[in-house]
Structures are given as structure tokens and as C-alpha cells.
Write a protein that binds this ligand. Structure first.
Ligand code: NAP
Ligand code: FE
Length: 358
């Protein structure tokens, strides 16, 4: 049994300013990695710039990280980072910029290596890394995983290296600008993380402790996502906590079939990550042991599997997915021994077809 999560986590209002000294002690030339515009709009980028400027630390800013970041974009950021001699990385945003920041922090340390190194065994050495989530789903700030888009393979694939943040800074105020659909989809991702980690061949008593805590916290904000009550500041911090707990769970176990099936869907149809995972989640629970399924549903506050299905339909409003895309995803899973090994029950094609609603 092993539990490993080396990131130092702070979660509070004004988190960045409160920990300015610790952030600034990580290097002398910062590299800020963000998406196109959200970090600017929600205030997180200005907060980071302010503490760096106050400490006299120069910084570069790469703001071209797209949703589901590609290896090509990572390498573009790496070459700029190398040219500018940056020595620490601050990733701000959803899972896309945070995953990108991990890959960049590692590749800048591997000056002689090409993009293929992301998918080769070798040193995981990386520049010091700070991650600041502004969505509440991926938990990337507390996992070692970086999921990247591989245009050469036509899907998404985690890099073969583990890179954890040194510091993870959670401040609920950055979530207040989230469009409702992104809030619904990213919280669905956190729910999938908890459930896929709990019902997982690699689950341990520690990973289940994190999954259970994540599910309980998650259940507290369910009514906000369904529009039954207005979000309060405490809700946003709660959603960040739930997402981080879920991240701590998958940092130990990895994810399972819903995530595995989601990658082809997102690549081929651009369905957002959390929404794509949610599409397969009820089916996963239906195939799992009745005891485990009942446990995770109850922890998250669902009276039945049917209630989870209805919640997903209402909050994520999934469109029908093309049969060909689903079939491609199923074939990929069947050829992925690593993914199949995570499932604590027998998997065959017929079962995957049921999960995929075919
Ligand atoms: P995302 O792709 O990072 O962001 C989705 C959208 O939300 C973007 O348009 C982004 O805008 C916007 N956004 C972000 N924060 C916002 C805010 N506070 N206010 C308004 N808009 C905001 O979404 P995500 O679901 O968080 O991340 C998905 C990625 O994470 C996928 O690639 C997935 O595979 C990966 N993932 C990683 C792990 C892990 O363990 N590492 C786990 C699960 C998923 P901008 O582009 O302008 O920033
Ligand atoms: Fe996920």
C-alpha cells in the first residue's frame, strides 16, 4: 500500500497574496502558463503578477494553452521557456493549463530531448511548479498526471512521467466567473474521479478515504449546480475542496473506464472532458458491484442510479454521440491492458457497449 501526494496545498481566500513569499522563493524567473483569456478575466493572473512584481521577480507569460492541450502547444511553450531561461513555472486555469504547466516544467529540464520524451521512460525531473485551479473538476493541482492531445494518434494520452506541483493554491473567488456549463461539466469530472477511484482495482483504504471525503463535499454543492439555490462563496471553496480530494484519490489509483472511453469522444466530437466522462458514469456503476455502486451514490447524495442519470441529463445536457466514435473508443479500451487492469470486475465488448449506451 502506498499513499503519495507531495504537493503542499493551501485553500483559503486571498491564497496567492497570503503565500507570496513561499511562491516567490521557488525561483528567480517565472513562467506563467494560462489559457487564452479566463485567467485574465477572473483576477488570478493579476494576483500572481502583483506578488511577482512586488518581489522584483521577472516573468514570461504563455497564454496559448487550448482546451485539451496538444503536445505541439506544449513544445511551443517549452522552446520559449528555454530561450528565456525561466526557472520556475506557475500554471493558472483549468486542467488544460495546469496539465500543460506540468509538461512544460518537465521538458524545460530536458533541454536535449524532443517531444517524444513525454512518452518515454526516464527522469521526471521538473522545474519548481505552482498550480492554481480556476475550475473545480480535474484535481490536476494534486495529481502527477498530465493528459495531452496526440494529434498523431487521434486521441488524448497521459504523458509517461509524474510531475506534482510543489504548491497548490485554492481560492474560491476565481470560480465565480465560470459559465454554468463549465461549472456543471467540471464538477461532473470530480464526481467521476471519486467514483472511478473508489470502484477501482487499485483502490486502497487511503484512496477510498479521499474518494469518500470528495463525494461527501461534492454532495453539498449539488443543489447549486442544479440551480436549486444561489452559490455562496463557501460553495465555491467547497467545490475546490471536493475536486482536490477527488484528485488525491485518482493520484493513487488512476481513473477507470468512463475516463478511458471519454478521450476518443472528446477528441472526435469536442465534448468537454467532464461531460464526456459523465456520459459513461451511470453505465459504469450499473456494471459494478451493487454494494460499491450503492456506497458511492449514497455518499454523493443520490438516492438511486436513476437519480444520478437524471442529474447528469439535466445539468450537462449531453447530445447524442455518433455510434462510430463510441465504437472506436470501445476498441481502444479493449486494446489497453493498463486501462482494463483498473476495473475490479470482468470487462468484455458487450459490457462496454452497454456502458456506451449502444
Ligand atoms: P479547461 O479545458 O482547462 O477549461 C475549459 C474552459 O473554461 C476554457 O475555455 C477556459 O478558458 C475556461 N475557464 C477556466 N477557468 C475559468 C474561470 N474561472 N472562469 C471562466 N472561464 C474559465 O477545463 P477543465 O475541465 O478544467 O480541464 C480539462 C482538461 O484537464 C482535459 O484536458 C482533461 O483531460 C484534463 N484532466 C486532467 C486530470 C489530471 O489529473 N491531470 C484529470 C482530469 C482531467 P481559457 O482557455 O481562457 O482559460
Ligand atoms: Fe478527469
Amino acid at each position: 500500500m502506498k499513499y503519495y501526494m507531495p504537493a503542499r496545498v493551501y485553500a483559503e481566500e486571498n491564497c496567492i497574496a497570503n503565500h507570496a513569499e513561499e511562491i516567490c522563493s521557488l525561483g528567480t524567473h517565472a513562467y506563467l502558463i494560462t489559457g487564452r483569456s479566463s485567467a485574465e478575466k477572473n483576477g488570478s493572473l493579476d494576483d500572481v503578477k502583483a506578488i511577482l512584481e512586488n518581489a522584483g521577480i521577472p516573468y514570461e507569460h504563455f497564454n496559448e494553452i487550448e482546451e485539451n492541450p496538444s503536445v505541439d502547444t506544449i513544445m511551443k511553450a517549452v522552446y520559449i521557456g528555454l530561450d528565456e531561461h525561466v526557472d520556475f513555472v506557475i500554471g493558472i486555469g483549468g486542467g488544460s493549463p495546469m496539465d500543460a504547466a506540468k509538461a512544460v516544467a518537465m521538458m524545460v529540464c530536458q533541454k536535449e530531448k524532443r517531444a517524444s520524451y513525454l512518452y518515454e521512460k526516464g527522469s521526471d525531473e521538473a522545474l519548481p511548479l505552482v498550480l492554481i485551479p480556476t475550475t473545480c473538476g480535474t484535481g490536476s493541482e494534486v495529481t502527477g498526471v498530465s493528459v495531452l492531445t496526440r494529434h498523431d494518434l487521434g486521441t488524448k494520452l497521459s504523458m509517461f512521467h509524474s510531475v506534482f506541483a510543489d504548491l497548490a493554491l485554492l481560492d474560491g473567488k476565481y470560480l465565480t466567473s465560470l459559465p454554468h456549463s463549465v461549472l456543471a461539466d467540471t464538477t461532473m469530472d470530480a464526481l467521476a474521479h471519486c467514483m472511478e477511484s473508489y470502484i477501482n482495482a487499485d483502490a486502497t483504504v487511503y484512496s477510498r478515504m479521499c474518494a469518500d471525503a470528495g463525494l461527501k463535499l461534492w454532495g453539498k454543492s449539488k443543489d447549486v449546480i442544479q440551480g436549486k439555490r444561489e452559490a455562496q462563496p463557501a460553495d465555491y471553496l467547497n467545490m475546490l475542496h471536493a475536486s482536490a480530494m477527488a484528485g488525491m484519490a485518482i493520484a493513487q489509483t488512476g481513473t477507470s473506464l468512463p475516463h478511458g472511453l471519454s478521450y476518443t469522444v472528446t477528441y472526435q466530437t469536442h465534448m468537454p472532458h467532464g461531460k464526456a466522462c459523465g456520459y459513461f458514469l451511470p453505465g459504469y456503476l450499473r456494471e459494478a458491484s451493487a454494494k460499491d455502486a450503492a456506497h458511492v451514490l449514497k455518499k454523493a447524495g443520490f438516492a438511486s442510479l436513476d437519480k444520478l442519470e437524471k442529474y447528469y441529463q439535466k445539468t450537462s445536457r449531453p447530445e447524442e454521440l455518433p455510434v462510430k466514435v463510441l465504437e472506436t473508443g470501445i476498441q481502444e479500451i479493449l486494446q489497453s491492458p493498463g486501462r482494463l487492469a483498473k476495473v475490479p470486475f470482468a470487462v468484455d465488448e458487450a459490457m462496454l457497449r452497454r456502458m456506451a449506451r449502444l
